[in-house]
Ligand binder design. Structure first.
Ligand code: SAM
Length: 663
C-alpha cells in the first residue's frame, strides 16, 4: 500500500509551499486531509499528483495547488463562515473546514453531493453542510459569508454572490468569456456599495452552470473583441513602433540589447522549433554576452544530463569523460549535434579560458530521457570512489535492465504484466548517494554533483516512464518539475547568487498558466516554476518566426528532414509580427500599456517541436496563448533556416566521433 502520508507531505512541500503558498493554516490543513479519500476508486495512486482528476459526472477534483492558492487568497480565519460553490468531491470544503468555523458547500450534481457527504461523514468533519443546487443563486439563509470560493468559471461575477459577502468579505472566482479559460478574480467587499477587484492570473476551470453563470448548452454572451485594432492604429503598427531592431546575427553588438537582463538570476531563452539556426545563434550571442560581461556561470539546456556533462567538461576545460556511449546519440540528435551549437561550445570554451575555474560557465542538461546514460554514469562514479557501493548500486539498477534500451515500454509492462516496480530500488540508490555527500563531495564537488544529478534523474525517469503510459499532464509535469529542480540544484551547487541562462523550447519557458497547456491541460512548466520561485528575477524570453525552413522529423524516431515552414496563420501572433515589417527585433511590451492590452487576449501561437507536420499545421502546431503574459519579451526573426545537422548519422562512416571538439 502506498505511503499516502509521505505523498501528502511531498505534495505540500513541492507543489504548494515551493510555489509560494505561505499561509501556515492552509499548509497545515492540506497536511491533514487525506486526498486519496476524495478521488474515484482506482485513482488513489494519483491523488497527490499535480493536476485535477476525474470524479464522475464529467467533473474534476481541482489541482491541489489551485485549492491551496484559492484558500490562501481568501484569507480564511478560524472564526470565518465560508460558502463554496462547486463542491465536487468535497475535498476543498474538507480542507477549508480544517481552518474555518463553518463551511457551506453547494454542488449541482446530486450524485457528487451524496458521495461527498459520505466522505466527510467517514472522516468526522462535522462543520461542513452540503446541498444540491445552483450555487450562482447563493445560500441566502446562511449569508452573509466572510469568504466565498467558486470552483467553476463563469462569464461574470454573479451579483447574488457579491451581495452575500459580509463587509470585508472576500469572493474568489474564475471569470472569463471563454469556457475553460478564465482569470482568477478576488472581489473584496469594502462597504454596502463598494467592492474592490483584483486579477490573480490565468486559470482553467470547468464551467459554472446556472442562472448567473453559463447556460446548460454552453451559450455565452461574449462581447465582440476586434482582433488587431486598438484606438485606430493596427496592432502590427504598434508592434513596429515598440520593436527594437536587432543587428545581423554575426554582428558582435547582437547581444547588447539584452544587457537589460544582466541583473536577473535566471534568463530563459526559448525557441519556437527544435531545428532553427537563428534561434541557436541568437541564444549563443545573448548567452556569451551575459557570461562575458555580466557574470553568468550556468547555461542549463533542454538536453539530457549525462550527455551535456561531456560538453560541460569540454567548455570548462576539465578532463574528458571515458563513457562508453558518445553523447547525444538519441533521437533527435540534431538538437545538440549541429554546427551552430558546436560553434557556441567552442566560443564558450575560448571565453572560459580567460577565467579562473570557479568563474567558468558550465553547460548542464535539464532533461531526463537518457536513463541508461545516467545509470552508467552513477556506476562509473561509484566504481571510482566507492567500489563496494557500486556493487549495491548495480543490483538496485538491475531491476531496470530489461527496459534500459526501450524505457517507454516499462510503464505498460509494470501495469499489464505485473512486473515489479523499480521505484523503491532507484529511490534508495539516490538516497544512499546523497547521504554520502559529505564524504564524496570532498574529493571533487563537480563530479559529485554530476553523479548525484544522474541518480536523481534515474529516480525521476523511472516514474516518468511509468506514468507516461497514462499520457496526460502528469508525465509532462513530472518532466518539467525535474528540469526545474535540476536547475535549482545546479544553482545551489555553483554557490550563492549564481546566475543562469536557460535554453529550452517556448513550451517549457513561456509561463504555462497563460497558454492552453495550463488553462486546458493543467500542465505547468519551467518558466512558470521560475516565475513562482524567482519572481521579477526571472526573465522569460520567447522566440518566433514567420516562415523559412526547419530541421524536424515526420514522427518520433524518424529521420531528420529539412522542411519548409508554412507562412504563419492569419489569426496568430506570428502574423502580427510579420505584418509589422521589421525583419529582426526584440519586443518588450511591458512598458507600452496600449500594446500590451492589444496583445493580451489569447490568440494562436505556433509550436514546432522535433516533429513538424505542415499538412495538419493548425491542429498539430498551433495553440491559444496570451503572449504578453506568457513571456516578458519576444525575439523575432521573420525568415529562418534549418540548423546544420552534424550526425552521428551525418558523419562519414569510419570517422571517429570528435563531438563537440571540432567542426
Ligand atoms: N472543489 C471541488 C473539489 O474539491 O473536488 C472541485 C470542483 S469542480 C472543479 C467544479 C464543480 O462545480 C463541479 O463539480 C460542477 O458540477 C460544479 N458546478 C458548476 N456549476 C455549478 C453551480 N452553478 N452550482 C453548483 N455547482 C456547480
Amino acid at each position: 500500500m502506498p505511503d499516502y502520508g509521505r505523498a501528502r507531505e511531498r505534495m505540500v512541500d513541492i507543489q504548494i509551499a515551493r510555489r509560494g503558498v505561505r499561509d501556515p493554516r492552509v499548509l497545515e490543513a492540506l497536511r491533514q486531509v487525506p486526498r486519496e479519500e476524495f478521488v474515484d476508486p482506482g485513482f488513489e495512486e494519483f491523488a497527490y499528483d499535480d493536476g485535477p482528476l476525474p470524479i464522475g459526472a464529467n467533473q474534476t477534483i481541482s489541482q491541489p495547488y489551485m485549492v491551496a492558492l484559492m484558500i490562501e487568497v481568501a484569507e480564511l480565519k478560524p472564526s470565518d463562515r465560508v460558502l463554496e460553490v462547486g463542491a465536487g468531491s468535497g475535498y476543498a470544503a474538507a480542507v477549508m473546514s480544517r481552518i474555518a468555523a463553518r463551511v457551506y458547500a453547494i454542488e449541482r450534481h446530486a450524485a457528487l453531493v451524496d458521495a461527498a457527504k459520505r466522505r466527510l461523514e467517514k472522516l468526522g468533519y462535522t462543520n461542513v453542510e452540503l446541498r444540491v443546487g445552483d450555487g450562482t443563486r447563493g445560500w441566502p439563509e446562511a449569508a452573509p459569508f466572510d469568504a466565498i470560493l467558486v470552483a467553476a468559471g463563469g462569464p461574470e461575477v454573479p451579483p447574488t454572490l457579491k451581495e452575500e459577502l459580509a463587509i470585508g468579505g472576500r469572493l474568489i472566482i474564475p471569470v472569463g468569456l471563454q469556457q475553460f479559460h478564465q482569470t482568477l478574480r478576488k472581489v473584496t467587499r469594502l462597504s454596502e456599495t463598494e467592492y474592490e477587484e483584483e486579477d490573480l492570473g490565468g486559470v482553467a476551470f470547468v464551467p459554472l452552470i446556472g442562472e448567473q453563470g453559463w447556460a446548460e448548452d454552453g451559450r455565452r454572451s461574449a462581447s465582440n473583441h476586434v482582433p488587431g485594432r486598438s484606438r485606430g492604429r493596427t496592432l502590427p503598427d504598434m508592434i513596429a513602433d515598440a520593436a527594437e531592431p536587432l543587428p545581423e546575427l554575426d554582428d558582435c553588438a547582437f547581444g547588447d540589447l539584452f544587457d537589460r537582463y544582466a541583473g536577473r538570476r535566471v534568463v530563459l531563452l526559448g525557441e519556437a522549433s527544435h531545428g532553427t539556426s537563428e534561434f541557436y545563434r541568437a541564444r549563443a550571442a545573448i548567452t556569451l554576452r551575459l557570461v562575458e560581461e555580466h557574470g553568468f556561470t550556468v547555461v542549463a539546456a533542454e538536453a539530457d544530463w549525462p550527455d551535456a556533462a561531456t560538453v560541460d567538461r569540454y567548455v570548462r576545460l576539465r578532463p574528458a569523460l571515458t563513457r562508453p556511449e558518445p553523447p547525444f546519440q538519441r533521437f533527435p540528435t540534431w538538437m545538440w549535434r549541429n554546427a551552430e551549437f558546436v560553434a557556441f561550445a567552442n566560443r564558450l570554451r575560448l571565453l572560459n579560458e580567460q577565467f579562473d575555474p570557479k568563474r567558468r560557465a558550465g553547460f548542464y542538461g535539464l532533461d531526463l530521457y537518457n536513463m541508461s546514460g545516467s545509470i552508467a554514469a552513477v556506476l562509473e562514479y561509484l566504481d571510482k570512489v566507492d567500489p563496494e557501493a557500486a556493487g549495491v548500486a548495480r543490483q538496485r539498477y538491475g531491476c531496470l535492465t530489461p527496459w534500459q534500451k526501450e524505457p517507454s515500454t516499462y510503464g505498460r509492462a509494470v501495469l499489464t504484466a505485473g512486473y515489479r516496480k523499480c521505484e523503491q530500488a532507484v529511490i534508495e540508490q539516490c538516497r544512499a548517494l546523497l547521504q554520502k555527500q559529505l564524504e564524496y563531495a570532498q574529493l571533487d564537488s563537480d563530479s559529485f554533483l554530476d553523479a548525484a544529478q544522474n541518480a536523481r534523474l534515474v529516480a525521476a525517469a523511472e516514474r516518468y516512464y511509468r506514468i507516461m503510459y497514462y499520457g496526460g499532464a502528469e508525465s509532462w509535469n513530472l518532466r518539467d518539475t525535474h528540469m526545474f529542480e535540476t536547475l535549482e540544484n545546479v544553482l545551489e551547487a555553483r554557490g550563492p547568487r549564481t546566475k543562469a541562462v536557460v535554453w529550452a523550447h517556448n513550451s517549457h519557458i513561456g509561463d504555462a498558466r497563460y497558454t492552453e497547456m495550463g488553462t486546458v491541460r493543467a500542465e505547468l512548466n519551467v518558466g512558470q516554476l521560475c516565475r513562482e520561485r524567482f519572481g521579477d528575477e526571472a526573465a522569460l524570453i520567447g522566440f518566433g518566426t514567420h516562415t523559412g525552413t526547419v530541421a524536424a522529423a515526420d514522427d518520433w524516431d524518424g529521420d531528420m528532414k529539412v522542411k519548409r515552414v508554412r507562412a504563419s496563420h492569419r489569426d496568430s501572433y506570428e502574423r502580427l509580427c510579420h505584418d509589422c515589417g521589421v525583419p529582426r527585433f526584440l519586443l518588450d511590451p511591458s512598458g507600452d500599456e496600449a500594446l500590451r492590452n492589444g496583445l493580451v487576449e489569447p490568440r494562436l501561437e505556433r509550436f514546432i517541436g522535433v516533429i513538424y507536420l505542415p499538412e495538419t499545421e493548425l491542429q498539430s502546431h498551433y495553440a491559444q496563448a496570451s503572449l504578453p503574459r506568457q513571456f516578458d519579451a519576444f525575439v523575432w526573426f521573420d525568415e529562418t533556416q534549418a540548423v546544420t545537422a552534424l550526425g552521428p548519422q551525418h558523419a562519414k562512416p569510419g570517422t571517429p566521433d570528435t563531438y563537440p571538439f571540432a567542426l
